[in-house]
Design a protein around this ligand. Structure first.
Ligand SMILES: Cc1cc2nc3c(=O)[nH]c(=O)nc-3n(C[C@H](O)[C@H](O)[C@H](O)COP(=O)(O)O)c2cc1C
Length: 230
């Protein structure tokens, strides 16, 4: 029997649905990743502030052992977490302009696949920015082999959006940006000490690798690899 031109062949129906499937796949690919909620932070610990100050030092000899997500959450909160209902944070900021963006770069954190995650202070959660292990790429100087920092289970990365400060403070912005980072970094040093962890503020990082990870308006400011001291 001669088949009518418009009669469906076994393949025609799925083929007709193909554009719809492609559109659905594209829409799914463009959907922003689901935020990762972080464990609630502890507001009390077992070490006094004075003991943490006594213990604070730059520690580079770190074990590669995984850290719990709760430790990562505590470090991020110390860096830029919210500590009042109005959104103000654990670290001071010039005119409360909050130019800092904090990223968590994971290699070995329980329950969190290796990747680069943006920390959101207001909601105390993470949003995946890039997947994959970026520790070596971000911390190795260009043309040099990865150093000690690439073995740290996590990195806390500081970036800044200079415009947030310069709009308000003009030429003083440069000074104020550095001060904001300094305050936040010292919080991370002290929180790490209080958790029995080690860290070092690194200003000498791979700027070009950083810009591949950061948003266009963000400038790399420093990296703090964190792990258990050997
Ligand atoms: C702005 C700044 C940049 C730094 N950059 C690096 C760095 O790139 N690599 C590193 O191993 N340590 C770096 N450090 C850590 C210093 O070397 C360290 O703080 C100093 O030697 C004093 O030691 P302490 O932190 O144990 O007291 C930096 C510290 C600061 C404040």
């Amino acid at each position: 029997m001669k088949r009518h031109a418009s009669s469906p062949t076994p393949l025609r129906a799925p083929l007709a649905a193909l554009p719809l499937l492609v559109l659905a796949a594209l829409a799914a690919a463009q959907e922003p990743p689901q935020p990762v909620p972080l464990p609630e932070v502890r507001h009390e610990g077992t070490m006094s502030l004075e003991a943490a100050l006594w213990a604070r030092r730059s520690i580079r000899d770190l074990k590669p052992d995984a850290l719990p997500l709760a430790a990562a959450a505590q470090l991020l909160w110390a860096a830029q977490g919210k500590n009042r209902p109005d959104g103000h944070r654990t670290a001071p900021s010039a005119g409360a302009t909050y130019p800092l963006e904090v990223y968590l770069v994971t290699g070995s954190v329980d329950g969190l696949p290796p990747g680069v995650y943006r920390y959101r202070s207001a909601t105390h959660d993470l949003v995946l920015a890039q997947s994959g292990d970026k520790r070596a790429e971000l911390t190795a100087a260009p043309g040099r082999p990865p150093g000690w920092a690439a073995n740290a289970p996590l990195l806390v990365v500081f970036a800044a959006v200079p415009d947030r400060v310069s709009r308000r403070f003009g030429a003083r912005a440069e000074r104020f940006l550095a001060m904001d980072v300094g305050h936040a970094a010292q919080n991370v040093y002290l929180q790490a000490a209080a958790l029995g962890l080690g860290t070092t503020f690194m200003g000498l990082v791979n700027d070009s690798a950083m810009t591949r990870v950061l948003r266009a308006d963000e400038r790399p400011m420093g990296v703090m690899p964190v792990g258990t001291p050997r």
